[in-house]
Design a protein around this ligand. Structure first.
Ligand code: G3H
Length: 565
């Protein structure tokens, strides 16, 4: 039986795809070439034909790639004449090793052994450049959002949210840098020394964001890195690369050549040579721990290779005997199924007390049945096809294995799929032997395990390979207090009666065990991408005079006392 929601997506996608102009005689189809596709629309939205996708940015120059290419397919598909069609959006480059190394050379030239224009500029000048960039970025909001919907299937509301949150992140980072600079603009006198302590960049930095937040999580490392003076090579994510393309001019026109280099292609081809060269000082990577392990090993001097990593997670929700289901159910639904479960912070396993099991499963099932499936721009839509068109095979293998081991899909239509749209599945009881108990599904599956004694939940948290966040649903302070005390040493954020999440972005975002290395937040990121550096001298009259002269003559951009407003 095909569920209502599954039919919902198909019906909506079928009804929305129309050929609008009068060349019906042509044999064009929605998957035909760009030229033939000019008349196809979905809900009045022409299927994008993205013609700027072959561009990339190296050394302040926007280049057009004519080598190997990939055909970027939309993750959206349509029922057309009884068959499934999936539009291709346009070509994107598969850069080669030589091009990757040119990006490295450009970043190294901008660094110029720390003497480059950007790393020695005043903080005020860097902030000015970033503000110019932000103004230019705002101008391409609609194009970026449109591409985000077509490339990764994020709903329109969430795509706008991702864009606006990113702009806000940049603006907040600028404010945080001003505060940091104000605090560092004075001198200290300690034990006969006079010193000024500031923060300096590390050098060429490689940033790699994930496909689920292809704009936001590309920028939440790239922007703090450049704000602090590091030239950057940004490798765009596997999905969601075309949406970054309209920003190339803004990067080129706002920063000196080589400060921002944007490349794309197969990670396995272009990333190893960059790291193996030993020319990268800092890696900021958001993705899988498996990939992070490989990347670290490529560096010839691992001790020198600084890393900021945000990796896998298996965030746990605990439903205690006294949980308020009116709070817990919507939070679990949002936490587990926001962007179809494709969030690193998603709730990926639910532990429910035996006494509340049936109630929770029924209520979650009812809530899922009310969720609207459809195209990302349809009003009120919550469920869309997943970004990786192959991922449903992975989801199904996890569900099939759990079923073989005695679990059941508890909601109507759960786990049914067509192409890369899968109706969310509540799977119960999930037990130790099943992969769903431990692996990160990264999709619309809600695995539920039950417990009798809270010690079983604590054992799960201790044994888990991951340590990002947990959510506790309950109201007894005498139960919650000791759980908090134990869990804060297993994860880096305990959420009370609230889903797991990264925001607000001023909060520290990190994880224990295999989940992260380093902390990101507006203020933490600025520190992570810089190193405390000081100028110190004996507190003699001669040295005091010398420091005064340097300040008065404004001959140094580091040693200065300007107050940043
Ligand atoms: O994918 C991981 C994101 O950092 C999660 O952010 O909790 O705001 O969705 P979010």
């Amino acid at each position: 039986m095909v569920s209502r929601n599954l039919m919902g997506y198909i019906r909506e996608s079928a009804e929305s795809l129309v050929q609008t102009e009068n060349d019906m005689s042509s044999n064009a189809s929605p998957i035909a070439s760009h030229a033939d596709r000019r008349n196809w629309q979905s809900d009045g939205r022409p299927i994008p034909k993205i013609e700027d996708g072959l561009r990339y940015l190296i050394g302040g120059e926007i280049r057009e790639w004519s080598g190997d290419q990939q055909d970027v397919k939309s993750c959206l598909f349509f029922d057309w004449n009884g068959g499934i069609v999936r539009p291709s959006l346009g070509p994107a480059p598969l850069l080669d090793e030589s091009e990757a190394l040119q990006a490295l050379e450009a970043a190294q030239a901008a660094w110029d052994h720390g003497k480059g224009k950007w790393p020695t500029m005043t903080v005020a000048e860097r902030i000015h450049a970033v503000e110019e960039f932000t103004a230019r970025m705002k101008a391409v909001r609609e194009t970026v959002v449109e591409r985000m919907m077509w490339e990764i299937g994020k709903t329109q509301a969430d795509s706008y949210k991702e864009f606006d949150r990113t702009v806000q992140y940049i603006e907040d980072s600028v404010q945080a840098l001003k505060v940091l600079d104000r605090n560092n603009s004075g001198f200290s006198i300690e034990n006969g020394f006079l010193a000024q302590v500031r923060r300096s960049p590390f050098g060429p930095t490689l940033c790699m964001g994930p496909y689920n937040y292809p704009l936001n999580e590309t920028f939440t490392t790239l922007l703090p890195a450049i704000l602090m003076g590091n030239p950057v090579i940004s490798k765009l994510p596997r999905f969601g690369q075309l949406l970054n393309n309209p920003l190339l001019e803004a990067f080129r026109d706002s920063f000196p050549p080589g400060v921002v280099n944007i490349i794309n292609g197969r990670g396995g081809t272009i990333i190893p040579p960059i790291i193996q060269s030993g020319g990268i000082e800092l890696l900021a990577f958001i993705g899988s721990s498996k990939t992070a392990d490989k990347l670290k090993q490529y560096h010839p001097q691992p001790h020198r290779f600084k890393c900021v990593l945000s990796l896998d997670a298996k965030n746990l929700a605990v439903v205690l005997p006294d949980a308020d289901m009116k709070v817990a159910v919507p939070q679990i639904i949002a936490g587990a199924l926001g962007f179809n479960g494709q969030r690193c912070t998603a709730l990926k396993i639910i532990y429910v007390h035996k006494s509340r099991r049936e109630e929770l499963i029924t209520l979650l099932g009812e809530a899922i049945s009310k969720m609207k499936a459809g195209l990302p721009w349809a009003p009120g839509v919550q469920l869309t096809p997943v970004a990786d068109i192959e991922a449903v095979n992975w989801f199904r293998s996890l569900i099939d294995e759990a079923e073989e081991m005695g679990a059941k899909v508890m909601n109507e239509g759960g786990g049914e799929f067509v192409e890369n749209f899968m109706h969310p599945a509540i799977v119960f009881p999930v037990t130790k032997e099943m992969r769903l108990f431990t692996v990160e599904q990264f999709g619309p599956i809600i695995p539920i395990a039950e417990y009798e004694d809270v010690s079983e939940v604590m054992e799960y948290a201790v044994e888990s390979e991951f340590g990002q966040q947990v959510s506790l649903f309950g109201n007894d302070p005498l139960v919650l207090g000791p759980m908090i005390d134990a869990l804060v040493n297993q994860v880096s954020r305990v959420n009370l009666n609230t889903q797991c999440q990264r925001g607000p972005d001023s909060f520290p975002f990190t994880g224990r065990k295999a989940s992260a290395e380093g902390t990101l937040s507006v203020a933490d990121a600025l520190k992570r991408f810089s190193i405390r550096t000081l100028v110190a001298t004996d507190y003699s009259e001669q040295n005091r005079e010398l420091v005064n002269e340097i300040l008065k003559s404004r001959s140094s951009n580091f040693l200065r006392t300007d107050f940043m407003f």
